[in-house]
Design a protein around this ligand. Structure first.
Ligand SMILES: Cc1cc2nc3c(=O)[nH]c(=O)nc-3n(C[C@H](O)[C@H](O)[C@H](O)COP(=O)(O)OP(=O)(O)OC[C@H]3O[C@@H](n4cnc5c(N)ncnc54)[C@H](O)[C@@H]3O)c2cc1C
Length: 290
């Protein structure tokens, strides 16, 4: 049984006050799909849960020279939003692959990022979309690149007094495409064994002007593979696909666990990198005809 006190502030200042009142003993609660499982299994403890559910300003998706997603936006809202399509379609794809409809109705984008679980589905996609996270505390607001947010398994640059309030996804340039590929042991309610997100921007000739690649579930953090990005730049995908897949597989730092061995995960990265790059390329080519 979980024994802790639930607080339901209606504004950020009140939430911050509660965090300050119970230092080291209060935890922010979003959808609870990670945190409550961890509390029930005694993986973590908390004397006070500070729910963000009543803070309306943290909800919803806006189109503002790109997208602004409030941290309490649920995965189901992302899945269904008419704004999450076109160059942002990979984010919708990742949302659709996550968990089950029941979990997606509770789980939030903020919780998916802040929990910093290496196999989480949204960070790799948001990383290749060059997303930024917005952190708020009574001392002010700061913005950080999502790729710099994670420091280790379940560890981030977020200070204890900070709330992740939003995720900003800049408007991609023309001839841009992104894709997300993952392997899981079954379709519903199962986390990624390995995942790869890729994005590409093509120039007028069809060569790659810019590329991003990020791996999930195969390193202590969602892992950007900068070497692949450099290898791809200025070249055509058909000349570089095999090389990119090899480099990504080498860059992975997988562990062996009940879901698969490190060797199996490395092989998955090779396959998923090819698929993600090909799908991103296809989307970039299609967007150039829009
Ligand atoms: C059956 C099941 C299947 C699942 N499948 C998947 C899957 O396929 N893919 C996947 O990625 N995940 C999966 N998950 C994990 C989980 O559902 C997601 O990570 C979810 O997005 C977490 O969001 P939440 O709102 O429930 O976070 P919570 O559980 O409320 O919080 C998670 C952590 O983040 C912190 N936190 C939450 N919001 C904020 C904020 N705004 N600012 C600062 N800190 C915050 C909390 O303090 C806590 O430490 C699954 C979970 C279950 C139970």
């Amino acid at each position: 049984m979980i024994t802790c006190e639930l607080h339901e502030p209606t504004g950020l200042a009140e939430a911050a006050q509660l965090l300050a009142q119970f230092p080291g003993r209060a935890r922010l609660l979003a959808g609870g799909t990670d945190l409550l499982v961890d509390l029930k299994s005694a993986r973590t403890t908390a004397g006070h849960l500070v729910s963000l559910a009543r803070i309306e300003s943290l909800r919803g998706i806006e189109s503002r020279s790109g997208l602004r997603l409030g941290a309490m936006t649920t995965i189901a809202q992302i899945e269904r939003s008419p704004l999450v399509r076109g160059p942002f379609a990979a984010l919708r794809d990742a949302a659709r692959l996550m968990a089950s409809p029941q979990v997606r109705h509770l789980a939030t984008i903020g919780g998916n990022i802040a929990s910093a679980v290496p196999c989480a589905d949204l960070p790799p996609v948001l990383g290749v979309l060059d997303a930024l996270v917005v952190l708020w505390s009574p001392h002010g607001e700061r913005t950080a690149a999502l790729a710099e947010f994670f420091t280790g398994p379940r560890q981030t640059i977020r200070r204890e007094d900070e709330v992740l309030i939003a995720i900003l996804v800049p408007q991609p340039p023309p001839r841009f495409g992104a894709a997300y590929e993952r392997f899981a042991l079954r379709e519903g309610n199962s986390i990624a064994v390995a995942s790869v997100a890729a994005s590409l921007t093509l120039d007028e000739s069809g060569a790659m002007r810019a590329a991003r690649l990020m791996l999930g579930a195969v390193a202590p953090i969602p892992l950007p593979v900068r070497v692949v990005e450099e290898v791809l730049r200025g070249r055509r995908l058909e000349e570089t696909l095999d090389e990119a897949a090899e480099i990504a597989a080498d860059a992975a730092r997988p562990i062996s666990d009940v879901r698969g061995s490190a060797a199996f995960r490395r092989r998955l990265v090779r396959v998923l990198t090819r698929r993600a790059l090909l799908a991103a390329h296809q989307r970039a080519r299609e967007s150039s005809h829009d």
